[in-house]
Design a protein around this ligand. Structure first.
Ligand SMILES: [Zn+2]
Length: 130
């Protein structure tokens, strides 16, 4: 274990980009297996080799710059996906209604039976099943 630690000392190791390459490789292997596309399975080696190359590279500065560039594009995508997930989760927990008087969108918890809803904006009340 100490020898491996010493070996990795001045090397990049696994960063976000390497992990993404590894995941891409696994996804390609699975796609290749499911659809029996041997070419895709073969292509999955490219991100895998890049992943290993980056992890064992001694040019830490260059690999760090690549990782920063990757994260610059990845974080907005990740944020969008997280927001979509939160939105879907909220859809399962809440029911949405529109106030007939003022058009305000109202959110009420689901599975509460028939409840009286009061619009906080115009105080209009109505009964709905949740
Ligand atoms: Zn209203």
């Amino acid at each position: 274990m100490d020898r491996f630690k010493k070996f990795m000392e001045d090397r990049t190791g696994v960063d976000h980009l390497s992990l993404a390459l590894l995941i891409l490789s696994i996804v390609l292997v699975l796609i290749g297996m499911v659809f029996r596309w041997s070419m895709v399975r073969f292509l999955s080696l490219i991100p895998l080799v890049l992943c290993y190359y980056r992890a064992f590279s001694k040019n830490k500065l260059k690999r760090h710059q690549e990782n920063i560039l990757f994260l610059k594009y990845w974080y907005p995508i990740q944020t969008k996906m997280m927001n979509k997930y939160r939105h879907l989760k909220a859809r399962r927990q809440y029911k949405y209604f529109k106030c007939k008087e003022c058009g305000q969108q109202l959110r009420v918890p689901r599975k509460k039976g028939k409840i009286e809803i009061t619009c906080p904006k115009c105080r209009h009340t109505f009964i709905k099943k949740t």
